[in-house]
Each structure stands twice: as C-alpha cells, then as structure tokens.
Design a protein. Sequence first.
Length: 179
Amino acid sequence: MVIFTTESAIAHAIKSIQDLSKKLEIGPEFKFGKLCNDYRDEFFREVCKCDFISRSVVVDKSKIYSPTLRENKDKFYNYFIGQMLRHDNGVLKDAKVIIDGSGDRDFKKEFCGYLRRSVDAGCVRKVSLKDSKGEPLIQLADMVAGAIARSYKSDKPDAGRWRSMLGRSGKIDNIWNFR
C-alpha cells in the first residue's frame, strides 16, 4: 500500500511516473516483473524523490491454514487487503483507496462492501478498483510490492537492491510478515 498525505504529492508522483514512462518509452505500464533491472533502477530513483510511504504485508502462502483462504483467490485478496486497511497504524483518515482490480461487477461490489465492513468508520471515504494500465499510483504500488517481494528471494543476486533504495529514502513505513 502506498500512502500520500497531500493532493500535491499525489499529483507530483503521477507526473513523475508518466514522464518517466514517456522518457523510457514504456507501454502501457510499469510492472516490476516485466521490467529490466536498468528500468527498475530508473523507476525507483525517480519515485524516491516523491513524498509517499509504503506499508506492506508479506504472506507465505504455504503457512495459510484456512482452507477458504488457500482455495479462494478472491477471499484471500479480500482478507489481506482488509488486514492492511484495518492495521494501518492510524495513517488512514477519510482516505480515498484505489485498488488494482479488473474483476467482474459482482466481485467489485462484494469486495467494496467487504472493505467498508472491515475498516473503522472515518478511515476510508471511497474505495475504487481501477485498471493498473491507466493508473500510475497502482503501478507505483506494484513496483513497491515487487521490490519487497524480490527482497525475500535469496536465490536472486539482486534480492534487496530496490527495497534498499526505498528504505534509504524513507519510503518503507512498515513491512508486516504475516504468520
């Protein structure tokens, strides 16, 4: 989850990501798993100048005991997004939450209802699901999540490279290792 505290910080991040996309001729979006290391470096150098923080949950799926969460991707997704919003350390106040989602209409309706029931009153004003291709802030969240996930892959020589960039610039507020 990436968190901004001002509209101007949001606008700056969006412009930075869009400008970098044009400069690097990336299309249609930044996705951690699809970029070469040089482009990842460029991306994180640029966004680390922006004013945001991130909060993440890392889940080892092999340690999930609930059959419902293990077998139902939508319920897994709902549960952990709800946990992120519920355990926000007081950061969310009247927030507009944008989540990567291109599921069907019924899923969106159920998901938004689940979130409204799961979080404290006053934390979230609006929840919307948007396609990452047209939403630079979702691309930012994907890239941050990718950097953090990569840091847990000890078989990769660059495992901590981008997480370190985020950490050094104060962009990581919390990483929760779910057990």
